[in-house]
Design a binder for this molecule. Structure first.
Ligand SMILES: *Cc1c(COP(=O)(O)O)cnc(C)c1O
Length: 424
């Protein structure tokens, strides 16, 4: 089956010289994607980690359609509207952060958090410049987000344009990891040294680094990071673009970890994965430093589609779905565990880890670690032949399914992974 590449499309994160042409998808329903050619596929990675309740969810579709017939978009500087106000009330309730600033995606939600943090210090007449971030971090693809993310092949052409950041090791852990205490202590030591320089903010992905390889840290570690960050006066930014809205088994990963960030970046599952939208949540104490007669105190930032009513309506509908059935995310870890325990015995599996809806392990393979390892594409191809869509991160294989996936579909995912492991 050869598929012709479209002559006008430029796909994301893809080298077309070395990858197969994309397949045309005609519809989605629940955990399934329907293709023009070939059978249905289980979307085991929630279409790049965004699809929360399943594809084409009727409740979200209805909310968006209803809103589109009433008000599709309005400038948000001189006007407000009910979907935005509703969403602000709901989000401040579940995050514990009172103020909401809108943008369009995860990268911009991070950019806004960084700008708020830096300007917060400037507005109070005590400018601080240093930002602290973690090794392996991924915060998005715009310049500020790239600067705080791990520098790699993807950011290399822009290296000279990225602002400097102090780096702290990420003490990732897994089942039966005997080194975790040592790794955490070493990391905290580096953090303490970095915080001796006046620091505007510490940014991290709570519990789970996503694009960096689905690596997890313990709640205890994050609590120690929080203590040191707050003692230094620096603001704590939680990038919950991936981990928010039940992904990690609680409403937010920071809540599950027992930490209270000052700023939070949200996107991906915010609208149930239905429409692009980002928000940055901020504490009232931060917001207050931006109020006053002096125009320089203002956060001079905004996007054309700020608080798009369709996105707001989708987000409110998605949060209602989560509230109606929190067991769907609270109990997901228990659904993964028995399958993952079995996989953990496989000779090709190491560093098994699990948090909420996300199950991951490393392949025992030769060759380069990271995105360029060839074993990932082989696993992907074999799983696809068994009706399951995976997208390994190099030698890291993970399942990150939508909440609606059935028991039979989840079993099929693990069967496909097992078969692929036996065949490579
Ligand atoms: C995906 C992601 C981003 C970037 O979000 P985009 O919507 O792709 O810009 C930022 N941070 C984390 C943790 C992410 O997983």
């Amino acid at each position: 089956m050869t598929i012709q590449r479209h002559p006008n499309l430029w796909p994301p994160f893809t080298q077309i010289a070395t990858t197969a042409s994309p397949q045309r998808v005609t519809a989605g329903e629940g955990a399934l994607l329907f293709r023009e050619q070939g059978g249905p596929l289980i979307d085991a990675i929630s279409s790049w980690w965004v699809t929360l309740h399943g594809h084409a969810h009727p409740v979200i579709a209805e909310a968006v359609a209803d809103q589109a017939r009433r008000l599709e978009q309005v400038i948000f500087a001189d006007f407000t509207h009910e979907p935005a106000e509703q969403l602000a009330i709901r989000l401040s309730g579940i995050t514990g952060l009172q103020r909401l600033f809108f943008s369009d995606n995860g990268s911009t939600a991070v950019e806004v958090a960084l700008k708020i943090a830096c300007q917060w210090w400037a507005n109070r007449g005590q400018p601080r410049h240093q930002i602290v971030a973690f090794d392996g971090a991924y915060h998005g693809d715009t310049f500020g987000a790239m600067a705080v993310g791990e520098r790699n092949l993807f950011s290399a052409p822009f290296e000279d344009k990225l602002f400097p950041v102090a780096r702290v090791p990420w003490p990732s852990t897994w089942w039966n990891d005997s080194e975790v205490n040592t790794k955490e202590a070493a990391s905290l030591q580096v953090l303490e040294a970095a915080l001796e320089t006046p620091t505007a903010a510490v940014i991290l992905e709570p519990l789970l680094q996503g694009a960096g390889g689905m690596t997890i840290v313990r709640p205890e570690f994050l609590q120690e990071v929080e203590i040191r960050t707050k003692t230094s006066g620096a603001l704590l930014i939680a990038d919950e673009v991936l981990t928010g809205f039940g992904r990690c088994g609680d409403w937010f990963a920071s809540r599950r970890a027992g930490i209270r960030p000052d700023l939070m970046a949200l996107s991906k599952g915010l609208t149930g994965g239905c429409l692009p939208m980002g928000v940055t949540m901020a504490s009232e104490a931060i917001f207050e430093a931006f109020i006053g007669k002096d125009p320089s105190l203002t956060l001079w930032h905004g996007h054309s589609f700020t608080a798009n009513p369709l996105g707001c309506a989708a987000a409110v509908a998605s949060i209602t779905l989560l509230e109606t059935n929190p067991a769907a995310f609270q109990n997901f870890e228990a659904r993964h565990r028995p399958y993952l325990k079995r996989l953990d015995q496989h000779p090709r599996v190491e560093r098994t880890r699990l948090v909420g809806t996300v199950a991951a392990f490393d392949l025992v393979v030769k060759g380069p670690a990271g995105y360029l390892n060839p074993a990932g594409p082989a696993i992907k191809r074999i799983a696809m032949e068994h009706g399951v869509f995976l997208r390994p991160l190099g030698q890291v294989i993970y399942l990150l399914p939508p909440l609606c996936i059935s028991d039979a579909q989840l079993a099929q995912c693990y069967e496909a992974v097992g078969t692929a492991l036996d065949q490579i």
